[in-house]
Design a protein around this ligand. Structure first.
Ligand code: GRF
Length: 209
């Protein structure tokens, strides 16, 4: 396998970034070559530095508007010869020019079974709705909020206690498996968007775990 280069966008704690670094970085030709954030204080950036990965920050206050910020971020990513951009807890919506530039090459992890509970606080939404099963989705990034074509999904049962911390912990554990798995499938060239129906993403069966 040749080199497969990815960058991660993260706004917060970066446990998903850590899972990617621990499970994939430096193995089988997969390299995390950059981590960018909108939050200069994000713990994700510390994790990246610890792993010797280049970092950059794009705080909203440094730019006149979202398009200008997105353009700076896109240029930074564009210089890195990337195969994939991974949004792992990146809490900003990316504008249409950014999405168009990286279409099919950017994925996001969302803590619910989309199309249920898109947007903020998906875990809280699921609990408030009273579902018995929620989960994790990895999807391609499009212009909407958590609306892009679904790559992988896995269900997570809501614990009988309906305890938020416990559910969040279960969801995080699944995220930390599912997101690296999706990246590995991209690196193996096993992911293909259906040419006749761009909502459908095909995963080569032989590449599945
Ligand atoms: C994850 O639950 C992810 O699904 C959501 O934001 C959270 C990020 O967690 N979009 P972390 O920063 O990776 O720990």
């Amino acid at each position: 396998m040749g080199q497969f280069r990815l960058a991660v966008l993260a706004s917060g704690t970066g446990t998903n970034l850590q899972a990617i670094v621990d499970r994939l970085h430096g193995a089988d030709g997969i390299e995390v070559v950059g981590v960018a954030s909108d939050k200069p204080g994000a713990i994700a950036l510390e994790r990246a530095r610890e792993a010797g990965i280049a970092t950059a920050t794009f705080p909203a206050g440094d730019y006149p508007d979202r398009d200008a910020r997105d353009a700076a971020l896109a240029d930074w990513l564009g210089e890195r010869d990337l195969d994939l951009i991974v949004l792992a807890g990146y809490m900003q919506l990316l504008g249409p020019s950014f999405v168009a530039r990286f279409r099919g090459r950017a994925i996001n992890v969302h803590p619910a079974l989309l199309p249920s509970f898109p947007g903020l606080d998906a875990v809280g939404q699921a609990l408030a709705h009273g579902v018995g099963v929620t989960g994790v989705t990895v999807h391609l990034v499009d212009e909407g909020v958590d609306s892009g074509p679904i790559v992988l999904q896995r269900a997570v049962e809501v614990p009988p206690s309906r305890d938020r911390d416990e559910l969040e912990e279960r969801i995080h554990e699944v995220e930390h498996e599912l997101l690296p798995e999706a990246i590995r499938l991209f690196a193996e060239g096993a992911i293909r968007v259906d040419p006749d129906n761009p909502r459908l993403v095909h995963v080569d069966d032989h590449a599945r775990d």
